[in-house]
Structures are given as structure tokens and as C-alpha cells.
Design a protein around this ligand. Structure first.
Ligand code: EPZ
Length: 416
């Protein structure tokens, strides 16, 4: 499944159920290494990146049963050096480091892979673990780490807000000796979900979701059950699908309060938004949206993972709109593909300017990462004629059954 044939000129209408959050599920799976008791996790999304983390955990020795609920028995984990071929596939692999150090006092991890959205440094992860007592050196693309005894709790001020590094510190501090304070921490909902999961297992974490997280180290963790939060980026992607196709879509089993900045921009584009306890409806009522000026930022700011989808929205909207990405400076590889479909977009450093192009034309386009793939599929759903979207394997890394969900909303996507 690496190529879609997509018929355009579609209005997308109907109901879609949102899956669990990939970016909460991946770190939570790695946190299972911190305990020896059984863990049960609900609402795990069926995506490739989760499959890769499960393969890594099984390679480390964990016993895993995957039904509607995911059962993990981490008691048999006996390996502290996961294989290159798995670690290399995803950025999330960096989150295996701190739990392995906690469990074995040593770890050997190849440098992680990840989306092609610019360099993906891990200096904040490494420096933080060293501050907490680890000895770490990099050699031949590999991280060699060790620690005598437990991590020691510390006050850590994050020079740069980092979701990944905040998670790494939280996982190292959970079983550390003493108190760790993460100042200028990332505040994403996924961070809160991870803290809730660890507290269910007996951790003592307060302040997650704010700029200051306090973690009082405990001696050991027990087992427990957890339900992963809904995927806010999948939700935002389907809401944009309604807006660009002048349609009307209801997203179910989602969390509106995780999308405040996105909903604010969508209503400013002229969309009619209705929200309930666990659902969001966007009704464009057949109108052309209005262009927006957006600047991405750490949560609760506008998410960088919605940048590509809103570039498409701006392209077909009335007027001229700009988007500046302050998180990833060159997350614009998709622009060339949208231009092949007739879009008029200019790039200037980390800002794009989109000029009104209400009608896109079909083309032969290529995905370069997860969010680009979703955006090009949506662009093809509204373009004139049949568009071929290549390298759609990026999509299934983070969107569960994306083409099936879209076809149920009126799209016409065939897999080649
Ligand atoms: C997480 O990536 C997400 N990935 C990304 O989603 C998301 O875009 C990003 O957070 C920002 O919200 C996962 O959760 C698996 P960061 P992460 O550390 O942790 C720099 C998707 O599409 N930085 O918050 O890698 C970094 O280069 C993906 O689902 C360092 O300089 O992001 C970036 O400019 C894409 N040194 C900024 O910080 C470090 O050690 C924020 O990155 C770490 C990060």
C-alpha cells in the first residue's frame, strides 16, 4: 500500500471516530519498562509506529498480547540494547533510553530515526540525563549510557521547550532518589496523559500540563490500566477536511479542550463549530473559507503538526494567508507538491505565504512525512480530476485507517 488513486471534487460529510493519540501511546509503551507488573492499555491506535515500539519491547523480552486491550508483561525484560533496524525507524525510540538506564543501570541505543522534517537533535535529552547522574557518550551513531545506582533528583530548567526531552526527564525522575523539578516544561496534553499513566502505576508527579512539573522519586511501580487520550492532530486533520471541502463533519470520541488554538483559527476562517463533551462538529455550509495568519508554538499555542493541513486550507481560502513555523524551521517539503497541484505558495525562511487558489488540479505527488501525506490526500479529494499520491506508507505511521475513514465521509480513494 504505497500509492493512492484519488478522485477529486468531493464534499466530505458525515461522522468519524477519532483513534487514540500516537504521540501519547508511543512514550507510554516505553514507560512499561519502568515496572515488572502487568499493564493494560486501552485505545491504542493501530498504526505502524506503535507496531515498531511493540516489536522493540518484545525484542527486549516483554510478553505482549494485543487484542482490543493491549496487555504488557514487562517482568521478563532482560535486554538493554534494542536492535538498530527497529530503533532507526522512529524518533520515539529515544524514549527507551531513560527506562533502560533505570532498570539495568546501562543502555546501548542507536540514534533514533523519525519524520523527515529537519534535523532532530537529542542534545536536550542527553544533557538532562547527565544532569540526573547518567554517564553518556556517543560513538559510531550509538548512545552508550550507564548509571551507578538510581538517578538523583535535580532542578532542570529547559533552555528550549521540548516535548521529547520533558518526557525523557519525567521517565528518569519517576524512580530517582529525591525530587526533580522540570522548569519551562512542555505542556502538551500527551505529557499530562503520560503523567497520569505513571501516577496510576504509583509515581508521584504533579504539575504536568503546566510550565513546572514536580516528580518525587518512588522506590518502585506497580501495574495498572490506562486509556490513551484521543489524537488531537487526527481530529484537527478531519476538521480541516470538512473546511476545505465546504462540508460538514462530526469527530467523535475526541477531546475539544485539546484543540482550543486550532478551533479558534477554524472559526476565524468562517467555519461553524459546535462542541460537546467528546465530539466536535465543523459545518462549512458550502462557503469558501477565509485565509488565516498563523504562527506555530509550543502547547497551548498552535501545533506545528497542523501546519501542513492549514497551508492547504489557506491555499483554497479567500485572500492571502501566512504560516510561520517556530518549532521546525524547514517543515515545508510538501509545498513543492501542492504547487504541482496549482497552489501559489512562497517560502521565506520559516514562513510560507499562500495566495488564493480555489481550484486545485490533479497531479502525481509524493509524500515526504506523516502530516504531508495526510495533507496531500486531502488536497487530492478536492482537486479537479484524479490525483496519484505516492509513498503513502508515511500515512499509516500515524493515522489509523485514514483512507477508509475518508471514504466513509464521501471520498473516493483507491489503493494501488
Ligand atoms: C514531538 O516531537 C512529536 N513527536 C512531534 O510530532 C511534534 O511535532 C513535536 O513533539 C512538537 O510538538 C512525537 O511525539 C513522537 P520537540 P519531538 O522535542 O519530541 C528541538 C508528528 O507529526 N530539540 O518538542 O521530537 C527540535 O529540533 C511528530 O506526530 C532540540 O533542539 O519535538 C524542535 O525544533 C512530528 N534538542 C524543538 O526542539 C532536543 O534534544 C521541539 O522539538 C530535542 C528537541
Amino acid at each position: 500500500m504505497d500509492k493512492f488513486f484519488i478522485k477529486g471534487n468531493k464534499n466530505l460529510n458525515g461522522h468519524v471516530t477519532i483513534s487514540g493519540s500516537k504521540n501519547a501511546a508511543l512514550p507510554i509503551l516505553f514507560m512499561s519498562i519502568l515496572t515488572k507488573k502487568i499493564i493494560k492499555i486501552n485505545n491504542i491506535p493501530n498504526v505502524i509506529d506503535v507496531d515498531i515500539v511493540i516489536k522493540i519491547l518484545k525484542n527486549l523480552g516483554a510478553k505482549i498480547k494485543q487484542k482490543k486491550i493491549l496487555y504488557i508483561d514487562p517482568s521478563s525484560i532482560n535486554n538493554f540494547s534494542p536492535p538498530y533496524n527497529l530503533i532507526k525507524k522512529i524518533r520515539a525510540s529515544i524514549w527507551v533510553l531513560a527506562p533502560l538506564l533505570t532498570r539495568f543501570g546501562k543502555a546501548k541505543i542507536f540514534l533514533p530515526g523519525g519524520c523527515n522534517i529537519g534535523t532532530r537533535p537529542i542534545d536536550l535529552h542527553i544533557h538532562s540525563l547527565i544532569k540526573l547522574g547518567a554517564k553518556i557518550h556517543l560513538e559510531d551513531n550509538c548512545i552508550y549510557a550507564s548509571i551507578t545506582g538510581r538517578f538523583k533528583g535535580k532542578y532542570i530548567f529547559m533552555e528550549k521547550i521540548s516535548v521529547g526531552a520533558t518526557i525523557t526527564i519525567m521517565s528518569a525522575a519517576t524512580l530517582a532518589q529525591g525530587l526533580t523539578i522540570i522548569d519551562n516544561a512542555a505542556q502538551e496534553p500527551e505529557i499530562v496523559d503520560i503523567a497520569n499513566f505513571l501516577n496510576t502505576l504509583g509515581a508521584n508527579i504533579t504539575g504536568a500540563g503546566s510550565k513546572k512539573i514536580l516528580i518525587k522519586g518512588v522506590l518502585k511501580l506497580k501495574g495498572g490500566t490506562h486509556r490513551i487520550i484521543p489524537d488531537r492532530i487526527e481530529t484537527g486533520t478531519f476538521l480541516v477536511a470538512a473546511a476545505i471541502s465546504k462540508g460538514n463533519i462530526v469527530c467523535h470520541q475526541t477531546e475539544p479542550k485539546h484543540l482550543k488554538s486550532v478551533l479558534k483559527k477554524l472559526s476565524r476562517s468562517g467555519a461553524n463549530i459546535y462542541i460537546g463533551k467528546d465530539w466536535i462538529k465543523l459545518d462549512m455550509r458550502g462557503k469558501q473559507p477565509r485565509s488565516l495568519n498563523i504562527c506555530t508554538g509550543p502547547y497551548p499555542g498552535f501545533p506545528t503538526d497542523m501546519q501542513t493541513q492549514f497551508a492547504l486550507l489557506n491555499t483554497i481560502s479567500k485572500g492571502v494567508g501566512s504560516i510561520t513555523d517556530t518549532i521546525f524551521k524547514n517543515r515545508f517539503k510538501y509545498v513543492a507538491e501542492l504547487i504541482k497541484m496549482g497552489a501559489k505558495i512562497k517560502i521565506n525562511e520559516n514562513t510560507i505565504t499562500c495566495y488564493e487558489t480555489p481550484i486545485l488540479s490533479s497531479s502525481n505527488v509524493f509524500c515526504t512525512d506523516l502530516r504531508t501525506a495526510a495533507t496531500l490526500v486531502l488536497a487530492a479529494c478536492i482537486a479537479q480530476g484524479i490525483t496519484i499520491v505516492n509513498h503513502t506508507h508515511h500515512l499509516i505511521r500515524g493515522y489509523e485507517s485514514f483512507h477508509k475513514k475518508l471514504n466513509k465521509l464521501g471520498a473516493d480513494i483507491k489503493i494501488v
